[in-house]
Design a protein around this ligand. Structure first.
Ligand SMILES: *Cc1c(COP(=O)(O)O)cnc(C)c1O
Length: 393
């Protein structure tokens, strides 16, 4: 079907909940994609930071195919090997000495972390210590609870009543965190690079102070690595570059390399809080997605690969700055999670223009063109993208 034919049927049959770009993607290879009409694009979006291994990747195809022949789903009433392997890799590679709960998305992983934090406190201190402090400008998901965890007013609409017990502190302002984290607070949850909020990395000093405050008041430190995790910032998890030891790390997007999987990784401080009957999900950790996640972790978890992500990030960032464009006010981010800063409100127009010219990019916050390319992107593909940027900016 052509794009127009597809779009007509989409309008008729699919709920209108997304402002989609006007192309229909069909297939890809590496970090290059083609739409249904055969037009080629360099992908600097990876879905939204999901397709870390790119397209038509033989390692993932083999892992998924072999598992599909064996068993795709077993439910959590039985033990399966791929899940145990993913959990072991996550625990060993982070040195958190803890355990993993598997979910299916970022929001669901954050829901799990929120439940874990509240039960941790309930078990130790009884009822009432339920508050969770998050940061202004954060993004934590689209369920009724994670919308309220998200520190942006525009998400707190229509769906009243929201889950109670969230308060928001200004990022990089430890005094505000101290004010908001009172005796009712059981956890602080934050992204280390705010993704949807505008590709805003937190200050290391601030992050360390938040960690110290959590230790002082026995609050859990929950790091939302749904976007920053799985090699995106040049380490397997961003927290490893901040020199902190979180109690809980949530992840999703890149973990399956394209299949839906999420996870709550709890350190030894709280990994036995959730017990039979307190949390569950039908699809969580199903063998098919875990086979894919195993392949991703083996590949992306390799220190040499992670080093290359950092180098590619530097190459892309420097390449963009070297264009010397007045419309570009800077590039921020870590690794291959970058935001090109433009005039406020102009980011969507630039993303649209890039796509028109064969580069897929998305937006973040009020003024960032967000780049989350597949981590396997080649130098040639980055050069092609930079040539398009030279024209568009
Ligand atoms: C995308 C994202 C989520 C939500 O993940 P879903 O899979 O869409 O539910 C949560 N937190 C962060 C930081 C994200 O980037």
């Amino acid at each position: 079907m052509t794009y127009n034919e597809l779009k007509n049927e989409e309008n008729k049959y699919v709920m209108n909940t997304y402002g989609r770009f006007p192309i229909a993607l069909d297939h890809g290879k590496g970090a290059t994609l083609w739409d249904v009409e055969g037009k080629k694009y360099i992908d600097l979006a990876s879905g939204i930071g999901v397709n870390c291994m790119g397209y038509d990747n033989q390692i993932l195809i083999d892992a998924i195919t072999q598992q599909a022949h064996k068993i795709m789903h077993a439910s959590n009433l039985f033990t399966t090997e791929p899940m145990v392997q993913v959990a072991k890799k996550l625990v060993e590679k982070t040195h958190l000495n803890g355990k993993v709960f598997f979910a299916n998305s970022g929001a669901e992983s954050n829901e799990g972390a929120i439940k874990l934090a509240r039960k941790y406190s309930f078990d130790k201190y009884g009822e009432g210590r339920y508050k969770i402090v998050t940061l202004v400008n954060s993004f934590h998901g689209r369920t009724v609870t994670t919308l309220k965890a998200t520190g942006q007013d525009r998400f707190h609409n229509y769906f009243f009543p929201f889950t109670e017990g969230f308060d928001y502190a200004v990022a990089n302002d430890i005094d505000d965190v101290r004010r908001k984290a009172d005796d009712m607070t059981c956890a602080i949850m934050m992204e280390l690079v705010q993704g949807e909020g505008g590709v805003l990395p937190l200050d290391q000093e601030f992050v360390k102070q938040v960690e110290a405050l959590c230790r002082e008041k026995d609050m859990l430190l929950i790091i939302d690595e749904v976007q920053t995790g799985i090699g995106r910032t040049g380490s397997l998890f961003a927290f490893q570059q901040y020199g902190i030891r979180p109690d809980v790390v949530t992840m999703a997007k890149g973990l399956g390399g394209g299949v839906p999987i999420g996870a709550v990784l709890a350190a030894d401080t709280c990994c036995n809080v959730l017990t039979p009957g307190t949390h569950a999900t039908t699809f969580g950790g199903t063998p098919l997605v875990c086979a894919s996640a195993n392949a991703v972790l083996d590949h992306v978890g390799d220190p040499k690969f992670l080093h290359e992500v950092k180098e590619k990030g530097e190459y892309l960032k420097n390449g963009i700055l070297a264009l010397g464009k007045d419309s570009i006010h800077g590039v921020r981010g870590m690794g291959l999670m970058l935001g090109i800063i433009v005039d406020e409100g102009k980011h969507s127009a630039f993303a649209n223009k890039l796509i028109e010219n064969g580069v897929l990019a998305i937006t973040a916050g009020k003024n960032a063109v967000r780049l989350l390319p597949p981590l396997i992107i080649s130098k040639e593909e980055m050069d092609e993208a930079l040539a398009v940027m030279a024209k568009v900016f």
